[in-house]
Design a protein around this ligand. Structure first.
Ligand code: ADP
Ligand code: MG
Length: 996
């Protein structure tokens, strides 16, 4: 065990670059390892001693924590996190903000000139540059809000990355424990299995058929075999067969390694410079938003130039005031056109959506995967565990002499045999063969079944297919009869081989060896040439073969997963004596896993089992829902075509009597065109290997599909990575697959994918809703300012005494709307419950514009109406123009204009409140689900309160150029604003009629 003298044993020096320490550099005075020892040249036990760990027990938890504090977390140093103040300042790094700052400068200059030119004693400009101050204040408030929203989004992303944090199996206190990879410390014993990522550098102490892909480190694409033997002399990285390295991955076999270096002290740490925080590449949505901003910006510049030139020609610039007024107009226009709050709202809405999806077991790694998810047109799914429950139970055993049914469900080994068919008169033959079949199945097995002594519940460990055989064997007490065998080697199961074997020693028979195999019966049968019938072994005839294959088809057609069992006595106690077995230089048996050709031949067929794996109950509905949404479900499985077809039919993936295509048939296709023709039709693939998955994904993508693909094993990683939406299994998935996936299913359930698609579509819809809302506000503002100038005479929007232009609404007022009163409803729309059935339409193509023609129609229509009612409302409070308000004549032009602006300002805000309700749907009436979104009503309340404040708080009056309004004026505002809603309802009526 670990003692407290570790500090001396692992004496280390500081490495300046990373601050972590290299534990393998041990003081030679301590006599454990020479200075700078190369662990690959050192005996594994010596390495363990140097690191003060027992390879069979591992570190104690307390010692591990101590080392973690000492050596630091096991991660590559990344660029230091951006300090908060920098993040805050970054809010100002935005072309829009520069524009607004320019506006501030212009209005400052304007104020200054007014002040300087003012005739002493006469009215001449304000005491303070209010416009400039207000714009700056608003910019600060905006930065604060942006900062808060951004940190909220960051927290959400952080929480997600916690959920998907890589993990590692280590030996601690004698038990295999799963810990976060960052907590691995030098001296830990890491336990490696197929599909694991190696999370630190280490010296192997055990390796069984271990192969590791080291491309990330050495560029070598073929996985290299690993052994624990000490090397004779120093070798290059790629040839250090007894070492494993951080960042590589196990493609096959198992092993244990003593961690010699973590974090920056690993080989990748040495080559990796500081990792820059991963740059988020821009999503299509962000690109389109940038595009829209650009278009708006350019449009505004053009409008401004046109207006200025027109003014210069018609009115002429008489003095500096005219120039300033014109510039102020340009400022207003710019402010009006730009959706200032949009970017921040977009991020928050995405982050909230992704958080919601995580709560429903769909963990998306990047915010903008949500967009892709909503566009999925094909979902390719594994069968076992994803479409089915992965609760396997052996129900049938078919042997050469007959067939039995095994009763009982679940893992509890309680049940018995019932003979359902027998070809020989004595039932004993059938029973004995069934027991042998289950016995072989339980021997050639990596699973385990344990009874929890406290709860009395049976717990299964390992692959459910294997566990089901152990349960079956327990039920018929086959395990006891085969207890005298002990395993000496294994040829592992892979999805390509579809079988596995062990070599066991018979302790009751002088240690003689026997091969026990199990696998897909149609595959395994190919390696059998004998058959065991009623206690005797005879050659396998063509008739036997036909009969067995017929049984496979019959059971598969009933949705059973079939598994054949076979064995072969080797007749010797030493593998080296088996003819054909490959020996290494030292005369020992070379890697047993590579001798399948020799060992898995001449097998004796024993029998087969039919395993039932019920479909998940909720999947059928999800398949139907996906179908309705224009999404095809494709099943891809290693199982038998008939089993696959039957389950696919039960789940509604294919029609009755639909067929499954096999991997062999896929391979037989001449070219990509033929493949594409097949994949566009076929929805069930059986007996496939992982490489077929990649072919299928690529072919579907060639046809313009957005493909979601599930995977669990290490060999699925390429297909999962290539798919538009790679989906990894959270429970059964390997670390490597999880890392290549874009989404992880915490519950391995197909229905969760469909739910995530639904959620993704909903989020996307909501984004469109608030885009429609925010942009129509901007368009309304631009038209108001523009129209107010063009029709100034007509509407009476003039400033008597000056000849230049009169700005209809102040830049500060427009900013107030864009940043404050619009923001809350927009955010609330981001969590809007769907107004219509998002799964009732075809998937959106990723190339489709987010804001399409129809939506621009909505935006411009609403914008024009909004501007019209605003200008009319203003006119109604001005002495001149279309509507003449004589009552205001008394208060003077200046005051008139202030009141008219307050009116226009308020009408716009209210119009936006009605527009918020209308924007929830392009077609549906506002009254459909009017109260469904309580957040929206809350947000409207907040915005109205803000508007009341800006009108009735004296300080804000000065800052925003407003005056308190009378009750009558309020009624006018609401009434005029309501017109926007009515117009929108009418437009929707017309559109609905057209769509029908
Ligand atoms: P899937 O996961 O799509 O059901 P697999 O690749 O796991 O497909 O299995 C393919 C076939 O290999 C199964 O139909 C079964 O006959 C066989 N098989 C599955 N698991 C094992 C195992 N542990 N040992 C031997 N054979 C197996
Ligand atoms: Mg499987």
């Amino acid at each position: 065990m670990v003692d407290h003298e570790n500090d001396q044993a692992i004496h280390s020096h500081h490495s300046a670059a990373s601050g972590t320490e290299n534990p393998m550099v041990v003081d030679s005075a301590q006599g454990v390892l020479p200075h700078d020892a190369d662990p690959s040249l050192t005996d594994a036990q010596a390495v363990a001693d140097a690191l003060n760990v027992d390879p069979n027990v591992g570190l104690s938890q307390a010692e591990a924590e101590r080392r973690l504090a000492k050596f630091g977390p096991n991660e590559l140093a990344s660029a230091p996190p951006v300090p908060k103040w920098k993040k805050f300042l970054a809010q100002f790094k935005d072309p829009l903000v520069y524009l607004l700052l320019a506006a501030t400068a212009i209005s400052l200059v304007a104020w200054f000139i007014e002040k300087a030119n003012a005739v002493p004693g006469a009215e001449g400009g304000e005491a303070l540059p209010f416009d400039a101050i207000v714009i700056v204040l608003i910019l600060i408030v905006n930065a604060v809000l942006g900062y808060i929203q951004e940190s909220k989004a960051e927290q959400a992303v952080e929480a997600l990355s916690q959920m998907t944090a890589p993990q590692t199996n280590v030996l601690r206190d004698g038990r295999i424990t799963r810990i976060n990879t960052v907590d691995v410390v030098p001296g830990d014993i890491i336990v490696l299995g197929e599909g694991d990522s190696v999370s630190a550098d280490g010296r192997l102490c055990v390796a069984a058929s271990l192969r590791i892909a080291e491309a990330s480190l050495t560029g070598e694409s073929v996985a290299v075999g690993k052994k624990a033997d000490t090397l004779e002399h120093a070798k290059a990285l790629g040839d250090r067969a007894n070492m494993v390295f951080n960042g590589t991955s196990v493609t096959q076999g198992t092993g244990r390694a003593i961690v010699t270096g973590t974090g920056m002290n690993t080989q990748v740490g040495k080559i990796a410079d500081l990792l820059q925080a991963t740059e988020d590449d821009e999503s299509p949505l962000q690109k389109e938003m940038n595009y829209v901003s650009k278009v708006l910006g350019i449009a505004v510049c053009i409008i401004a130039v046109v207006v200025l030139v027109a003014l210069a020609i018609t009115e002429g610039f008489n003095d500096i005031h005219d120039v300033i007024d014109s510039l102020l107009l340009a400022v207003s226009l710019a402010v009006a056109a730009v959706p200032e709050g949009l970017a921040a709202i977009l991020t928050v809405v995405l982050a909230l959506g992704v958080q919601r999806m995580a709560m429903h077991n769909a963990i998306v790694k990047k915010l903008h995967s949500v967009e892709t998810l909503g566009s999925a047109s094909v979902i390719c799914s594994d069968k076992t565990g994803t479409l089915t429950r992965n609760e396997m139970t052996v129900e049938r055993v078919v042997t050469p002499s007959g067939e039995v049914q095994i009763t009982g469900t679940g893992y509890a080994p309680e049940g018995r045999m019932v003979i359902v068919d027998q070809r020989t008169p004595e039932r004993a033959a059938t029973e004995m063969e069934a027991v042998a079949t289950l016995g072989v199945g339980a021997l050639a097995n990596d699973g385990d079944l344990r009874e929890n002594t406290q709860s009395g519940i049976w717990e299964a460990i390992g692959d459910p297919t294997e566990v089901s055989l152990i349960v079956g064997a327990h039920k018929v007490k086959a395990d006891r009869r085969y207890a005298h065998y002990s395993r000496v080697g294994e040829i592992p199961f892979t999805s390509e081989r579809k079988r596995m074997s062990i070599v066991a020693q018979d302790n009751a028979d002088a240690g003689r060896l026997t091969v026990f195999s199990k696998g897909a019966p149609d595959v395994l049968l190919g390696y059998c040439n004998r058959i065991a019938v009623d206690g005797a072994v005879r050659p396998l005839t063509e008739g036997d073969r036909q009969q067995i294959l017929a049984t496979v088809e019959r059971l598969s057609g009933e949705a059973y997963r079939t598994l054949g069992q076979a064995y072969r006595p080797l007749g010797t106690a030493s593998l080296a004596d088996v003819p054909g077995v490959i020996l290494n230089a030292a005369g020992h048996v070379a890697d047993i896993a590579e001798q399948s050709d020799i060992l898995e031949s001449d097998l004796i067929w024993v029998g087969m089992v039919g395993i039932i794996d019920p479909p998940r109950t909720e999947v059928r509905a999800s398949v139907a829902e996906a179908h309705r949404a224009g999404i095809r479900t494709v099943m891809i499985t290693g199982d038998h075509p008939l089993t696959a077809a039957r389950i696919a039919t039960d789940l509604g993936i294919i029609e009755q009597n639909g067929k499954a295509l096999t991997g062999d048939q896929l391979d037989a296709l001449p070219d990509d065109d033929a493949l594409d023709a097949v994949t566009s039709e076929v929805s069930v693939y059986a007996r496939v290997a992982p490489e077929h998955k990649l072919k299928i994904v690529k072919s579907l993508q060639r046809q313009g599909n957005i493909v979601a693909m599930t995977g669990d094993g290490v060999n699925d990683a390429p297909a999962v990575k290539t798919a538009d939406i790679g989906v990894a299994m959270g429970i059964t998935g390997t670390e490597v697959t999880k890392q290549s996936a874009k989404m992880i299913l915490a519950d391995d359930n197909f229905s969760t994918i469909v739910a995530a698609v639904r959620e993704g579509r909903g989020i996307f819809d909501n984004i469109r809703k608030f885009l429609r809302y925010l942009l129509s506000s901007n368009v309304g503002e631009v038209f108001t300012v523009f129209g107010g100038v063009i029709f100034a005479g007509f509407l009476g929007i003039t400033q008597p005494g000056t000849q230049g232009v009169t700005v209809p609404l102040l830049a500060t007022q427009l900013l107030w709307i864009n940043l404050l009163t619009d923001a809350a409803p927009a955010l609330a729309m981001g969590v809007d419950p769907s107004t219509d059935d998002v799964m009732a339409r075809r998937p959106r193509r990723l190339t489709d514009r987010v804001i399409d023609g129809e939506m621009w129609g909505d935006i411009i229509f609403i914008g024009v109406i909004m501007a019209a009612v605003t200008l009319v409302g203003m006119d109604m409070h001005l002495a001149g123009g279309l509507f003449t308000d004589r009552s205001v004549a008394a208060v003077g032009h200046e005051a008139q204009m202030v009141e008219a602006r307050t009116m226009g300002f308020t009408i716009l805000v209210f119009a936006q409140m009605f527009n918020a309700l209308a924007s929830r749907s392009h077609l549906q009436s506002v009254f459909v689900g009017l109260f469904a979104n309580k957040w929206l009503w809350g947000a409207i309340g907040v915005s109205v309160a803000l508007q009341l404040a800006v009108i009735y708080v004296p300080f804000l009056n000065t800052a925003f150029g407003t005056v308190p309004l009378s009750a009558g004026a309020w009624l006018e505002c609401v009434g005029l604003a309501l017109i926007v809603l009515i117009a929108s309802e009418l437009r929707k009526c017309v559109l609905r009629a057209m769509h029908r």
